[in-house]
Design a protein around this ligand. Structure first.
Ligand SMILES: [Zn+2]
Length: 113
């Protein structure tokens, strides 16, 4: 389950960030997840508790913000948002090979105490 390794990286980053601010615990973790990141939010929420247990982030609340895939159409010189995996420009129908966002899985903010 690759959610575990993703979350371990998030935990390390969150704990490092909390320490830098002299926090003793992490109350809430906000993640940004692209619709093309290949992550199942339910599996992620389940794995979150397992991974955070026994760390300063144990019991932290997980907030997930989903980011829609966003492409860039070269003929139109404009970005567009597409449903998962679909990269056809709604204006001209051209297929875009340029993904602007949608694959990220990142820590967007933390609430610490
Ligand atoms: Zn276009």
């Amino acid at each position: 389950m690759h959610e575990l390794s993703l979350l371990e990286a998030v935990r390390q980053q969150a704990i490092a960030e909390a320490r830098r601010h002299g926090a003793i615990a992490i109350e809430r973790i906000h993640l940004r997840i692209g619709s093309l990141a290949g992550v199942d939010p339910e599996a992620l929420a389940f794995a979150f508790e397992v991974v955070m247990a026994g760390s300063p982030a144990a019991g932290a609340e997980l907030r997930i913000q989903t980011v829609d895939a966003r492409w860039f159409c070269t003929p139109c010189s404009a970005p567009f948002t597409g449903p998962s995996g679909l990269c056809l420009c709604p204006r001209c129908g051209a297929a875009s090979g340029l993904l602007l966002q949608g694959r990220e899985l990142e820590l967007s903010s933390l609430q610490i105490c």
